[in-house]
Every structure is written in structure tokens, then in C-alpha cells.
Design a protein. Structure first.
Length: 106
């Protein structure tokens, strides 16, 4: 009986130690306002920030990425992630010239 308890205790701790949990707030780098709906993901899991820019992400993988439309995507190794607030920088994309013509298309 003791051996079963010992084996289950060791296996439970092994699985628990291999998981990583990240908790932080994601904000805009310019105005420091929290960003809602920022994608927090890796190859196995996905979550998004809430209305306060907060998220909690638990994973077995060693990296995590952050992305929102209109902002630059950034990635971190979990061992390097030491932040409580993460700032995303807005990305500007110029669109090609659009020409409007008074033509019937069909």
C-alpha cells in the first residue's frame, strides 16, 4: 500500500512540475490601456485576454505567443517570461492605392 501511495505521489508531482502557468496583463505600448481579445497561444493551447487585459495560460510547452490585429506579434520562452504587464506595439500597414471607376462590372 505504501508503494502505491509513493508511486502516485511521485507521478503527480512530476506532472505538476512540468506545467507552466502564466498570469499577466497586456496593454497598448503607447497609451498603456489594457487590450481586450489579445490571442495568447502556442502549438497546443489558446486563450484570449478579458476586458481588463488579463489572462491566465497553463501549458506544458516551453513558448507562448501574443497577437492582436493591428499589433505586432511577440513570442517568449516561458523560462524568460518574468513580466506582470506586457506591452504590445501597434503595427502600421500601408494599403495599396485603390482606384474607383464609374464602370459597370457585369
Amino acid at each position: 500500500m505504501r508503494y502505491i501511495f509513493l508511486i502516485s505521489f511521485v507521478l503527480t508531482n512530476f506532472v505538476t512540475w512540468s506545467q507552466h502557468t502564466l498570469t499577466a496583463i497586456i496593454a497598448d505600448a503607447n497609451n498603456h490601456q489594457p487590450l481586450e481579445f489579445v490571442d495568447v497561444f502556442n502549438t497546443k493551447k489558446y486563450t484570449a485576454t478579458n476586458g481588463d487585459g488579463r489572462f491566465e495560460f497553463t501549458t506544458l510547452k516551453d513558448s507562448v505567443s501574443f497577437h492582436r490585429l493591428g499589433y505586432q506579434k511577440i513570442s517568449y520562452k516561458i523560462s524568460d517570461f518574468q513580466l506582470d504587464t506586457l506591452f504590445l506595439t501597434a503595427s502600421v500597414e500601408n494599403l495599396a492605392t485603390v482606384r474607383l471607376a464609374d464602370k459597370t462590372l457585369y
